[in-house]
Design a protein around this ligand. Structure first.
Ligand code: C5P
Length: 357
């Protein structure tokens, strides 16, 4: 999957240098080493390109990053999160570049992983929603049926904790300029996917100098019109996902469902857009776009991509067994590495003690 944990990694990586090249693996490579990917390679290439810290992408980059790969793309060093990635044979994929000093580490974002998201989708859990706080104080039992004991510290993560610092790091920080066209769109933007990216790209193309404001509905609101355990990502997670997109200038965190006078006047909105997806009525049965329609500033856009959040959940359910196997295998492999590292550490300590004595 492509999620805000990845965006946060790309943001940190970009800050370490001047030009960020992102190598993205093919579906075949991922299936071989990890199990089936959720998004296809074409979708992942496009999503990474739409991430605002990315300068260039290498399609079909080899799974193991070698010095040859780095040289080929003119890269001084490569960056990876502070967990470990293993090949199908259990080897560290960054072994060579680490030994040659061409490796740097960034911090993994706690509280999100593909494993965790897949678990939320398969188990239909609801505790990721921000209005349910119990998860913070309980255990990790939502993490794909794993108990708090014996889970890997890299994948068995707890809830993501939003901070003002993180929002600042992700935000553009730019105020709209007088010549900008202020475009407003609203929605759930749950499990931020290529359908959203294509839509936002189309929105961005509506003006020469667009300033795109995305209104995000609170979790309870999304659950009202989407039902089940939606949204899969809570408001904090959706905020970062949308802010990471290069077509977005600003996010309203918890936007009113009906796009009314106050909001339009406050942001001096010139245009309101919605995709081809269904517009659910407000609680009183009214159309949330009544006011923008009346003002003649409402536009329905066809981004020619009809992928929805439901489709992604469907993909996961269809491949349920494969994803479950993938998650269990990944966890087991990581636990084995941790054990090995612990063992190594213990032996070093024993050796040191012997030398000192
Ligand atoms: O469904 P959600 O609320 O996340 O959609 C947010 C916006 O993205 C809506 O305007 C919707 O019509 C648009 N969208 C789109 N194409 C998709 C998915 C969403 O235009 N494939």
């Amino acid at each position: 999957m492509v999620h805000y944990g990845h965006s946060n990694q790309l943001r940190q990586a970009k800050a370490m240098g001047d030009y960020l090249v992102v190598g993205v693996h093919t579906d075949e490579e991922i299936a071989k080493h990890k199990g089936p990917p959720v998004f296809t390679q074409a979708e992942r290439y496009k999503m990474i390109r739409a991430t605002k810290w990315v300068d260039e992408i290498v399609e079909g980059a080899p799974y193991v990053t070698t010095l040859e790969t780095l040289d080929k793309y003119n890269c001084d060093f490569c960056v990876h999160g502070d967990d470990i990635t293993l090949t199908v044979d259990g080897k560290d994929t960054y072994d060579e570049v680490k030994r040659m000093g061409r490796y740097r580490e960034c911090k993994r974002t706690q509280g999100v992983s593909t494993t965790d998201l897949v678990g939320r989708m398969l188990l239909l859990t609801k505790s990721h929603n921000s209005n349910v706080v119990s998860r913070l104080y309980s255990s990790h039992t939502d993490n794909f049926g794993k108990g708090p004991k014996g889970h890997s510290p890299w994948t068995g993560v707890s809830q993501f904790l939003q901070t003002s610092q993180k929002i600042i790091q992700f935000a553009s920080g730019k105020e709209p300029q007088p010549e900008d066209t202020i475009i407003y769109v609203a929605g759930a933007f749950d499990l931020f996917h290529i359908g959203h990216v294509d839509f936002l790209e189309t929105v961005h193309k509506q003006a020469e100098k667009p300033y795109v404001i995305v209104g995000l509905h609170f979790d309870q609101e999304v659950n009202r019109y989407k039902g089940k355990n939606y949204p899969i990502m809570n408001i904090h997670e959706r905020t970062l996902s949308v802010l990471a997109c290069r077509y977005v200038s600003e996010v309203v965190i918890g936007a009113p469902y009906t796009v009314g006078k106050d909001l339009l006047d406050h942001f001096k909105v010139d245009l309101v857009c919605h995709g081809k997806t269904e517009v659910f009525p407000d609680t009183d049965g009214t159309d949330p776009y009544t006011e923008p329609r009346k003002r003649g500033i409402f536009r329905v856009l066809d981004s020619s991509n009809n992928l929805t959040t439901d489709d992604i959940v469907q993909r996961i359910i269809e491949n349920r067994l494969q994803f479950e196997a993938r998650n269990q295998k990944k966890e087991a492999k990581e636990m084995a590495v941790i054990e090995a590292l612990k063992h190594k550490e213990d032996s070093l300590k024993t050796e040191a003690a012997l030398v000192n004595n």
